[in-house]
Design a protein. Structure first.
Ligand code: PMP
Length: 397
């Protein structure tokens, strides 16, 4: 028999989430997560995946993964520090470091894990972290885990950051101070103001931490937001995920050799959670090789991003101020945004509604993630469906 208190807690809270429209309905795919997906027997143009370059279904990565399984099996068998480190893991970390223009890198089992691992390995209760208010949940949780004082600054507001950095420094209360930001913010597609952040960091001796989950593979010839601004030697922690543009799974920190050495002895998911599988690692190595040798996929991604934005803008939609291929279509009202996404889905476009509390109240949007794998025909079809639904719901005239 289960606990009455647990039963009551779950019943009340699930009901509450459902009433507020915050209960996640999960639609399992019957197909690979490519530019067109199948759900419940129906084909939909997919504008919701982070598979930016289409590598999640790339034959070259599949082949590398299959070969690794044949050679090493399906599991690493242990945590990295016992005997779960294959030569492949070392090769992947060397490739990441080269790709990111840093001395070294360390791989984790996911991007989420990586933020939990890296922040708490360096920061503690005698420290402070200046964190952009729109930072990803995994950064927020990593900061909390560290027990450092968390000081939020207004989104990309450099005056606010400077003011709070100055106060923190001058208080003399903290041993170390870190500034932490997403490289690309995934809800609006805007890019962090890294040159200004670096300048402020130099002035107040801040440790710099950039989570480039959405910029890696997309900006800076694929190397990410830090490279895009030419700041590879100025950022202490370059975080990335292997699950979005790279198309597989995993996360990493790239930085100075001493930092990576420290993370190898102090970060808990590295010490206590089983290593990435051989198939994952081999596929990631192949993806980085592809990205290091050609910008063809990025060029296609950016071309598709511009094409979709232009099409939606010309129809009169508010697509915000995105600086990357991420294309929000801002509807505003929460209920209408949900309704819009549902109608798109019924007509053949899979694009998720993002509403409060993920984004501020009144800024509900349907978020579109075009990828390198979409064809112009698919995007034309999606734009035509947007036009129809937009007119039907009075979002455009
Ligand atoms: N950081 C950011 C900024 C992200 O957007 C995400 C994924 N949504 C993560 C970290 C987590 O990465 P992963 O999915 O590899 O765990």
């Amino acid at each position: 028999m289960s606990s009455h208190t647990l039963d009551r807690f779950l019943k009340e809270n699930l009901q509450d989430l459902k009433e507020r429209g915050l209960y996640n309905v999960i639609d399992p795919l019957e197909s690979p997560n490519g530019p067109v997906i199948q759900i419940d027997g129906k084909e939909l143009i997919n504008l919701s995946s982070n598979n930016y370059l289409g590598l999640a279904t790339d034959d070259r990565l599949k082949k590398a993964a299959i070969e690794a399984i044949n050679q090493y099996g399906v599991g690493a068998g242990a945590v990295r520090t016992i005997n779960g480190t294959l030569k492949l893991h070392v090769e992947l970390e060397e490739k990441i470091a080269e790709f990111k223009h840093t001395e070294a890198a360390i791989a984790y089992q996911s991007g989420f894990n990586c933020n939990m691992a890296a922040i708490s390995a360096v920061m503690d209760k005698e420290d402070a972290i200046l964190s952009d208010e729109l930072n990803h949940a995994s950064i927020i949780d990593g900061c909390r885990l560290s027990k450092a004082k968390i000081i939020r600054f207004q989104h990309s507001d450099m005056d606010d950051l400077r003011k709070k950095a100055k106060e923190a420094k001058e208080s003399g209360q903290f041993k170390k101070i870190m500034v932490i930001t997403d490289g690309v913010f995934s809800m609006d597609g805007d890019i962090a103001k890294l040159p200004d952040i670096v300048e402020i960091a130099e002035e107040f001796d801040l440790i710099t931490y950039v989570d480039d989950a959405h910029g890696s593979g997309v900006l800076g010839n694929g190397a990410g937001t830090v490279k895009h601004f030419g700041l590879s030697d100025k950022i202490d922690f370059q975080i990335g995920t292997l699950s979005k543009a790279i198309g597989v799974v995993g996360g990493y920190v790239a930085g100075k050799k001493e930092l990576i050495d420290w993370l190898k002895v102090r970060s808990r998911p590295f010490l206590f959670s089983t290593a990435l599988t051989p198939a994952d690692v081999a596929a990631c190595i192949k993806a980085i090789d592809i990205l290091s040798n050609s910008t063809e996929l990025q060029d296609r991604l950016w071309g598709n991003g511009h094409y979709l934005k232009k099409g939606l803008k010309e129809l009169g939609f508010n697509i915000g101020e995105s600086e990357t291929p991420i294309t929000p279509c801002i509807i505003g009202d929460e209920v209408k945004t949900q309704q819009f996404s549902k109608r798109l889905n019924e007509e053949g476009v899979y694009a998720k509604a993002i509403v409060f509390p993920t984004v501020p109240r009144g800024t509900g949007r349907v978020r579109n993630m075009p990828t390198a794998a979409h064809t112009k025909e698919m995007l034309d079809q999606a734009i035509a469906i947007y036009e129809m639904v937009g007119k039907e719901l009075g979002v455009i005239s």
